[in-house]
Design a protein around this ligand. Structure first.
Ligand SMILES: [Fe+2]
Ligand SMILES: [Fe+2]
Length: 290
């Protein structure tokens, strides 16, 4: 894989559009979205309500508190507000990120810490990548919100101590699509939505080499560059964090794992992460105590 492959829409950096108009990954994401959408009945808002009902009021309280001028409490009103937002799309995305993180802070401080670890280490990885990474802010928002669906996989799952039983594991794996539905309904851009949906996939071309991948990979769909970037970052952070079912991994173990996963994350992402893990204490960016 070439080292400068981080090109979000496949064009050289000088031909790119501004970060305000990213064309991220839709072409390689249509199949997986269709597959996930087909598995749950109803229109988008029905799907969101199905998973997020107990939290909807609190989410809208947070949105109203952060998005000045927004006074509604439905997704329809929110979409309308976004489309006419005086400051444009990028500030809207940034503000919704803040509103959601304020909400996560109240619901699960340990999830917030993981999200902040991923965002912070992600910033460092991106700055060390060769070449220019477009739409950085949307990628960072995607990192900050990638696991938000974990809030609605059931209390016992989020606060679970010890190893997951198979049925708990099955429920936990739905956090990707639950986060995806929420972010889609909030009108977040593709870069953000795809990060939530796809950060545990391995990509179609890797499906035989790596067994664990969810949602199930769709024929002909590789991981978009920003998702394999996010996946590499998330894997590194997760290994370094003290989790209920396992302790923080030492650097050599993280490096060995990243080498094993090189076909998924690519040479550019793997090289930067291995460099950072072998050169610095990860506590520089990641607080391992959740
Ligand atoms: Fe996840
Ligand atoms: Fe994660």
């Amino acid at each position: 894989m070439p080292r400068d492959i981080i090109e979000i829409d496949g064009r050289p950096a000088h031909q790119k559009k501004s970060p305000e108009t990213p064309e991220v990954s839709v072409a390689v994401t249509r199949g997986i979205r269709a597959q996930v959408d087909a598995a749950v009945n109803g229109d988008l808002y029905t799907k969101v309500a199905q998973f997020w009902a107990p939290f909807m009021q609190r989410i809208f309280v947070s949105l109203r508190g952060n998005l000045s001028g927004f006074g509604g409490d439905t997704f329809g009103e929110l979409r309308e507000f976004r489309d006419g937002y005086l400051y444009g799309e990028a500030p809207y995305v940034q503000t919704v990120e803040r509103a959601l993180l304020n909400f996560v802070a109240r619901e699960s401080p340990s999830l917030l810490k993981h999200l902040m670890n991923v965002r912070k280490f992600g910033t460092e990885v991106i700055h060390n990548l060769p070449g220019k990474v477009e739409t950085i802010n949307y990628i960072l928002t995607g990192l900050a919100l990638h696991d938000i669906g974990k809030l609605v996989t059931g209390n016992g799952i989020l606060l679970h101590r010890g190893v997951f039983e198979p049925e708990q594991m099955a429920k936990m794996t739905t956090h990707t699509e639950r986060g995806y539905y929420l972010l889609l309904a909030l009108g977040m851009p593709d870069a953000v939505v795809d990060m939530a949906l796809r950060h545990h996939q391995v990509g179609w071309e890797n499906r035989e080499r790596f067994a664990k991948s969810y949602p199930k990979d769709v024929e002909g769909e590789p991981l978009p560059p920003h998702v394999r970037l996010g996946r590499g970052i998330d894997t590194t952070v997760a290994m370094f964090e003290n989790r209920p079912d396992r302790p923080s991994a030492p650097p050599e173990k993280i490096i060995a794992k990243m080498e094993e996963l090189r076909p998924i994350h690519g040479d550019d992402v793997t090289d930067v992460i291995v460099h950072l893990v072998s050169s610095y204490p990860l506590t520089k960016w990641i607080d391992p105590h959740l």
